[in-house]
Design a protein around this ligand. Structure first.
Ligand SMILES: NC(=O)c1ccc[n+]([C@@H]2O[C@H](COP(=O)([O-])OP(=O)(O)OC[C@H]3O[C@@H](n4cnc5c(N)ncnc54)[C@H](O)[C@@H]3O)[C@@H](O)[C@H]2O)c1
Length: 265
């Protein structure tokens, strides 16, 4: 049986762990040649594991905030794999603070890791998609683009920018057969979420903090990375052939719920 992503080259950024790792595994399981980009060398073991399981994967250690590095990696991809069909732009970092607490250096760090990485990946991937006659992109935003926790000003603003970027890309590149969508996950059990839980945990158990956060979602739990990857795979596939410029909430109902309003008895 022909696999959904057979003969397609998929680039996943931030693929060494969490959502990006799950996305790389899911696209490889669908038959794609996956290229995992991350600044963290753990991606090498993920690529090896995918290959051991019969998938096709290569890891390239890349600082995605650096123009020269991103340009070079896409040149390599063009040379070795003949272009790009699919991009999951997903690398990102989470930092805390109000605008007053946020130094310019921290603001730049967050915007570089979350927005510049997406800009650079799209800047170099899209011409390769144009050469192949089309493609599809998913950008990982967050529920925090729509409704924010306290003290995540830079992160929330960067995630809002990504939704607008995806819309601009969708409008500009539809005529070339390139679809671009974004996803807005709620809480997902990844190293990033566990790091945040540790920050808030103090003396309490991080698993309990994560369970509490899960209880704040109408579905009563946080997501597993594979549940996000499934939506990414759908949006990158031809099953989503008329979907572009959209933002998919993958949030267990979080944004549908009114918070802080006492229910009538
Ligand atoms: N986990 C959640 O609850 C959650 C919710 C909503 C959105 N998101 C978003 O999903 C994406 C993935 O998050 P995750 O939870 O899997 O995080 P994670 O920290 O587990 O993984 C993120 C990966 O991105 C990589 N990365 C960061 N900066 C990089 C850079 N400059 N160059 C190369 N690689 C870089 C990291 O090394 C890491 O491997 C992020 O954009 C995050 O903001 C996460």
């Amino acid at each position: 049986m022909e696999q959904e992503f057979q003969n397609q080259v998929a680039v996943i950024t931030g693929a060494s762990k969490g959502i990006g790792e799950a996305s790389a595994r899911r696209l490889a399981a669908g038959g794609a040649q996956v290229i995992l980009l991350d600044i963290d060398d753990k991606g090498a073991a993920v690529a090896d594991d995918i290959s051991l399981g019969g998938g096709r994967a290569r890891f390239v250690r890349t600082d995605l905030t650096r123009d020269d590095s991103v340009r070079a990696v896409f040149q390599m991809i063009d040379r070795d794999f003949g272009g790009v069909d699919l991009l999951h732009s997903n690398a990102g970092i989470q930092r805390y603070g109000t605008v007053v607490e946020t130094s310019l250096a921290l603001w730049d760090e967050v915007f570089d890791a979350n927005v510049k990485t997406a800009y650079l990946s799209c800047h170099y991937a899209i011409p390769l998609m144009q050469n192949r006659g089309g493609g599809a992109i998913v950008i990982t935003s967050s529920v925090q683009a729509f409704a924010v926790q306290a003290r995540v000003a830079a992160y929330a603003a960067s995630k809002g920018a990504l939704i607008t970027l995806a819309q601009a890309l969708a409008v500009d590149h539809s005529p070339e057969g390139i679809r671009v969508n974004s996803i807005a996950p709620g809480s997902v059990d990844t190293p990033m979420l566990r790091q945040s839980a540790e920050l808030f945990a103090g003396t309490s158990d991080t698993n309990q903090i994560i369970r509490n956060w899960g209880n704040g979602h109408p579905l009563g739990r946080v997501a597993q990375p594979e549940e996000i990857a499934e939506v990414v795979a759908f949006l990158l596939s031809s099953r989503a052939s008329f979907v572009t410029g959209a933002t998919y909430r993958v949030d267990g109902g979080l944004l549908s719920q009114l918070g802080g309003v006492p229910l009538p008895q």
